[in-house]
Design a protein around this ligand. Structure first.
Ligand code: GLN
Length: 543
């Protein structure tokens, strides 16, 4: 079958967490830098329809796309590397596949047939893989299969890959990411797990074309030869993937290993030009040669698992590089402190970010953090729940509304400064029902945010059910907390700022979802800049 779009599958073996997402994003970056349009898709073998209902402790952050999909955090990496937005079609779960097949069965679309994993589930998977290919927007679609080969739950995906490889022939290749562990006692790298993992793929009918071998040490020629020989791949298709000091090094490491070249060769595509990575390298050089350091506290309730705030920490990396400063993020658990310990925990920070979140756990620590940042004039960014906490704190301690709260936590509170959105009142299903995705926002000219963006019209992504209660707005504004960004259609408050403060901004939207290497987010860049300025002022005061 001839097909204009080429498909690259990325599977994983031996162990989870080898970084399929980063390898996929790095390959896509190299192909993009050669002039090909590439996109990346993630197939997740779990039964949830999407990760929106998952606790961040399960799989880390839930990433949100412009079109309102709640997705795997790997999509964040794809966007940060490629600087191209992803969409609903870029993340598919087993739950979505089964939901769609069962709905078709109910509509009678299978014409009396018995509905089975093969062919119905595998056909649905193949269709989902090809949605992006058929859109005509991409030369190459890279599809990452979540989980590890051999898992029961990923079997239908591997079977779909086998079928596509058969049907699409040289328009389709498989990259298998494996681990070559180092045995310290023997002082050796071991290839047997890789051999077994490839054998497992072969048992399922899939011969990988390229092996990417994660390793802590150099993969010597004799080991490459051994892997090639026992896994039926050519020598130049055994790629070393060494641990990197930053994920942003990986495209260059893969370029040195010629991963992009061998992929193009196997797909019968011309190499076009050599990849233009000038901007990428410039970013890396700024990242690796900071002129100074700042420390920013990230206060949240999932800080034990750093993946829970992946987009925020990556945004700090982008904004740090843009400002030529190293941002040391201090992860602070919001449950850890009270008004008596906040001084001790928070003093010494050059800036403070209060993270998004849900529910009551850790909320008082977040509100206390806001008080500290406001009173001590520490640059502050509050995102989503972080912005809502800033509003609650201001109401309690400046407006004197001692019982101010969000109705998410105290439903019948006396001063509901944060309240459920009216169109959320009747919603009882939890999955996919929040206010999700990109909405326009109009900024007040001259505000800190409009200066940061350099424009008054922006669009940002959302994920929330509660909002600023406009019944209280006049009181807030009279006391110095201004709504400097609003949805132009509904008047929903998107941004609050405190005038009499070096830099105090709360956003109902999530700026972190849109920060990329090519376009560090303006709000993070401005926040880090304010943090640097604050540090300078403080150090002159101390002198
Ligand atoms: N829980 C809050 C709401 O639903 C904030 C959500 C968030 O921080 N993403 O409005």
């Amino acid at each position: 079958m001839s097909n204009s779009t080429k498909y690259v599958f990325v599977t994983g073996g031996v162990a989870s967490s080898l970084g399929k997402g980063i390898i996929s994003a790095s390959l896509a970056k190299l192909l993009q830098a050669r002039g090909y349009s590439a996109t990346i898709q993630k197939l997740d073998p779990y039964i949830n329809i999407d990760p929106g209902t998952l606790n961040p402790y399960e799989h880390g952050e839930c990433f949100v796309t412009d079109d309102g999909a709640e997705t795997d955090l790997d999509l964040g990496h794809y966007e940060r590397f490629l600087n191209v937005p992803t969409s609903q079609a870029n993340n598919v779960t087993t739950g979505k596949i089964y939901q769609s097949v069962i709905q078709k069965e109910r509509r009678g679309e299978f014409l009396g047939k018995t509905v089975q994993v093969i062919p119905h589930i595998t056909n649905e998977i193949k269709e989902r893989i090809q949605i992006l290919g058929k859109s005509g927007d991409y030369d190459i679609v890279i599809t990452e299969i979540g989980g590890t080969v051999g898992d029961i739950e990923s079997l239908p995906y591997v079977e779909a890959v086998r079928q596509m490889k058969w049907e699409f022939d040289d328009d389709c290749i498989v990259i298998h990411l494996t681990l070559v562990p180092y045995l310290a006692a023997a002082g050796e790298l071991k290839t047997k797990p890789t051999q077994h993992s490839v054998k497992q793929l072969l048992e399922l009918g899939v011969q990988p074309d390229i092996l990417c071998c994660r390793t802590e040490h150099e993969l010597a020629l004799n080991l490459r030869r051994k892997i090639a020989k026992f896994c039926n791949v050519s020598m130049n298709a055994v790629i070393e993937s060494r641990d990197a000091s930053t994920i942003y090094d990986v495209p260059l490491l893969m370029q040195a290993e010629e991963l992009d070249k061998i992929v193009l060769e196997k797909l019968n595509l011309s190499a076009k030009s050599t990849p233009d990575l000038a901007q990428w390298k410039e970013f890396l050089s700024r990242l690796k040669n900071p002129k100074s350091e700042v420390s920013i506290g990230l206060v949240g309730k999932y800080v034990e698992l750093k993946d829970s705030y992946k987009s925020i920490s990556e945004s700090f990396i982008h904004a740090g590089a843009a400002n030529e400063v190293k941002v040391n993020v201090k992860w602070i658990h919001s449950e850890e402190f009270t008004s008596s310990t906040s001084e001790e925990i928070l003093s010494g920070l050059d800036g403070i970010l209060v993270a998004p979140g849900f529910g009551s756990r850790g909320i008082s620590g977040k509100i206390e953090t806001v008080r500290f940042a406001r009173e001590n004039k520490v640059p502050f960014l509050g995102i989503c729940l972080g912005m809502q906490c800033a509003v609650i704190e201001f109401a309690r301690n400046v407006l004197g509304l001692k019982e101010a709260h969000t109705t998410e936590i105290v439903e019948d509170c006396k001063s509901p400064v944060i309240d459920i959105m009216s169109d959320q009142k009747e919603v009882s299903n939890k999955g996919g029902t929040m206010r999700l995705g990109a909405y326009d926002c109009r900024l007040i000219t001259g505000s800190k945010v409009s200066k940061a963006y350099g424009t008054d019209k922006i669009s940002e992504r959302h994920r929330h059910r509660y909002e600023f209660n406009n019944a209280f707005l006049a009181d807030f504004e009279a006391h110095g907390m201004k709504a400097t960004g609003k949805n132009p259609e509904t008047g929903l408050v998107e941004v609050v700022e405190i005038e009499d403060h070096p830099w105090f901004v709360g956003t109902q939207f999530h700026p972190e979802y849109k920060s990329t290497v090519a376009n560090p987010h303006p709000l993070f860049v401005a926040f880090v800049k304010a943090v640097i300025d604050n540090k300078k002022v403080n150090s002159t005061l101390v002198k």
